[in-house]
Design a protein around this ligand. Structure first.
Ligand code: SF4
Length: 384
């Protein structure tokens, strides 16, 4: 017999406890068990006034934001709706059934204002790492570093070539992203490497060519991971650019050392981290064993002679090309001795023009009269 639902939801009083309605294996219960926000108020105390109306509890906002991150709710407006309707979310946020959910604009204000100024998210991240360390999940012996590309919220169409002059004072471009870009322009890393195109919406994002797809504006999230249990020890966002990613690895290593007093024995990374300068930083500066493939920029896929064909002689301080001719940093004695170290921290070894003029390998030779040797590490040379 077909049943029919009775009742018209007209019951006036209910006996209801949120606690009993959240399954014991719900992911939010697992997170709640390890989330300790007791010190959050103290961390933020200097960023709140001592007078006036009480604010929204910062712990409530952080808990709501954790729900947003865990369940992929990117819109703050939708997050407020979801917390309003979902019993598990209410339970996690310590809200009763009839408690009001904060306005979505409250999040924007706090995220870009108070939480950013007080580095609350960094504080929270570090607290979680400390919990992992206390639970014995961080061995600290081997770290791994890598980066993932994240598409920026910027249209491909709304950009200009970096060679084109842009009037950033134009009121139409007066956005938070543009203001932050202008503030960061002084930073060396941004000023040094200009991308091909600049987004007018988010100029700090980087024009990136994805393999097999059209280029787009993007950022990189860089992770430093403890290799034992895969616990992320540090995160750093950078424009999607290899140099910035490599620099962020150094920043993260230094920060982990400073905050948690951990220096790993070895660092694992891909070829992007195998530049001479980065390897020298690991070995000479930090005493870390690199488990990183060397970035073999001199390897060729064509018929060109690779520079690995050039033999290095430490004693003579010169290279010998496949034809047996020397490449030297200087071909005559100077009155005042010179190191010949360039601003890029390299030494250029040159061949003799007369040797090369009649050389049968001239067309295939990568050296073109000179090899550049990095002073940063005892790396093989790269041809220019
Ligand atoms: S071109 Fe010059 S450097 Fe290259 S193999 Fe010939 S002699 Fe040696």
């Amino acid at each position: 017999m077909m049943g029919q639902q009775a009742g018209a939801q007209d019951q006036l009083f209910y006996s209801f406890g949120l606690e009993t309605h959240i399954p014991s294996d719900h992911i939010l219960r697992s997170i709640d068990r390890f989330l300790h926000l007791g010190a959050l108020r103290q961390h933020l105390s200097s960023f709140y006034s001592h007078t006036g109306r009480p604010s929204i509890d910062p712990e409530l906002m952080i808990r709501m934001l954790i729900i947003g991150y865990c369940f992929g709710i990117r819109s703050e407006r939708r997050l407020c709706q979801e917390v309003h309707l979902n019993l598990a979310y209410r339970w996690f946020c310590r809200l009763n059934l009839d408690d009001a959910v904060p306005e979505h604009s409250t999040f924007s204000k706090n995220r870009h204002g108070r939480f950013r100024a007080s580095a609350t998210f960094r504080w929270l991240f570090d607290e979680v790492v400390r919990s992992c360390m206390a639970a014995g999940l961080v061995k600290g012996e081997g770290f791994a570093v890598d980066a993932s590309v994240v598409a920026a919220d910027a249209s491909r169409q709304r950009g200009v070539p970096s060679s084109q002059a842009v009037d950033w004072k134009d009121p139409r471009l007066s956005t938070r992203a543009v203001r932050e870009y202008l503030e960061a322009l002084d930073a060396e890393s941004l000023a040094q490497a200009l991308p091909k195109n600049i987004s007018l919406t988010d100029p700090q994002s980087r024009w990136t060519a994805a393999p097999g797809g059209p280029a787009f504006y993007a950022y990189s999230t860089n992770y430093l991971v403890d290799a034992e249990h895969g616990v992320i020890l540090d995160v750093q966002a950078t424009p999607a650019h290899r140099t910035a990613e490599v620099e962020s690895a150094k920043t993260m290593m230094d920060r982990v050392e400073e905050r948690f007093q951990i220096t790993p024995v070895r660092l694992i990374g891909d070829t992007a981290y195998g530049t001479a300068a980065m390897l020298a930083w690991m070995v000479d500066h930090k005493g870390i064993e690199p488990h990183v493939p060397v970035w073999e920029r001199w390897q060729r896929n064509d018929d060109t002679l690779p520079s690995s064909e050039f033999r290095w002689s430490e004693q003579a301080d010169e290279y010998r090309c496949p034809q047996g001719h020397p490449l030297r940093r200087e071909w005559r004695a100077f009155k005042n001795p010179r190191t010949h170290i360039t601003k890029a921290d390299t030494i250029i070894y040159r061949s003799s023009q007369s040797d090369c003029a009649t050389c049968p390998l001239k067309e295939r030779c990568c050296a073109k009269h000179r090899l550049v040797r990095s002073c940063a590490a005892s790396m093989r040379p790269r041809a220019t």
